[in-house]
Write a protein that binds this ligand. Structure first.
Ligand SMILES: NC(=O)c1ccc[n+]([C@@H]2O[C@H](COP(=O)([O-])OP(=O)(O)OC[C@H]3O[C@@H](n4cnc5c(N)ncnc54)[C@H](OP(=O)(O)O)[C@@H]3O)[C@@H](O)[C@H]2O)c1
Length: 269
């Protein structure tokens, strides 16, 4: 039996050099981490978010680690926005290989006090935006016979409830899990893979309230999460980038429709 290239050179399975990734929410903690990791490995990045200054800073950092990037100040609030993000990538690099949905938000509040609009905003940011991006980039992949790689950001909250007023967030992450599975099955015939990472809590703007000592609900939420994590700590973005690299590289070519729990053991207990 001959030794295949994948066995002789296992790191070649993780090769993302020259691949073009569109990242929404690129100004956020996970989006930035993903951009830097791919950029450092020779990837080309299309960075999208609503904040120009923060985007420009990530762009500068990607270049500092040796990557190539363009930035587009846009959130995927409509199909038109999603197509503009996609087209910025096509214009800059001529192709798109990977799609990372790192945009998202949370508006915690108990349902009896929560405004419907807050619930809808969370659903729109976390689910509708992913759907628009999937439609825009997926159509391009299908029309051009490209086997793409899509990565969504779910959460353990897609599977578990939370006493801290998470009706919008939990519902949106349950929908993210479902979108991951249905796109994976719909696109399997094209060779495109669709997977999600589901963390517990990692440090970001989204979770800053859990690190704020004056925020009572935040402190209680953080303590409750910690008590449920066997590895005994909250995550940092570097805990997630290895999984992201796996899901965006040829190493994961036979893995699709999966919700990968990078959660310190939260869902194991
Ligand atoms: N941090 C955690 O503990 C944790 C745990 C589990 C899952 N996640 C998920 O991981 C993903 C990334 O979160 P993160 O922690 O990296 O958050 P983050 O640092 O707050 O970044 C969120 C990104 O989304 C964009 N964004 C914010 N509100 C938006 C909206 N309404 N519509 C569209 N885009 C919006 C932000 O950019 P602009 O404001 O510039 O547009 C930013 O780039 C999210 O889906 C989140 O639910 C996070």
């Amino acid at each position: 039996m001959s030794i295949t290239e994948g066995l002789r050179n296992p790191l070649s399975m993780f090769d993302v050099k020259g691949k073009v990734a569109v990242i929404t929410g690129a100004s956020g903690a996970f989006g930035r981490a993903c951009a830097l990791s791919l950029g450092a490995l020779g990837g080309k990045l299309v960075l999208a978010s609503g904040s120009k200054e923060e985007l420009d800073e990530v762009l500068r950092e990607v270049e500092e680690v040796g990557g190539e990037a363009v930035a587009i100040q846009r959130r995927p609030d409509s199909l038109e926005d999603a197509e503009a993000i996609r087209d910025a990538g096509l214009e800059a690099f001529g192709k798109i290989d990977q799609l990372v949905i790192a945009s998202g938000t949370n508006k915690a509040g108990f349902i009896h006090e929560l405004d419907y609009k807050d619930w809808q905003d969370v659903m729109d940011a976390n689910v509708r935006g992913a759907w628009f991006m999937a439609k825009a980039v997926g159509t391009y992949w299908i029309e051009n016979e490209i086997a793409g790689k899509m990565l969504l950001m779910s959460s353990v909250r897609g599977r578990h409830g939370n006493v801290s007023g998470y009706t919008g967030y939990c519902a949106s992450k349950g929908a993210t899990d479902s979108l991951t599975r249905v796109l994976a099955t719909e696109w399997a015939k094209y060779g495109t893979t669709v997977n999600a990472i589901a963390p517990t809590v990692f440090r970001s703007k989204l979770t800053a309230w859990m690190y704020d000592e004056n925020d009572e609900l935040g402190q209680a939420t953080r303590a409750r999460s910690l008590a449920r994590i066997p590895l005994g700590r909250l995550a940092e973005v570097e805990d997630l980038t290895g999984m992201a690299l796996y899901l965006l590289s040829p190493a994961s070519n036979f893995c699709t429709g999966q919700i990968m729990y990078v959660d310190g053991g939260f869902t194991a207990g």
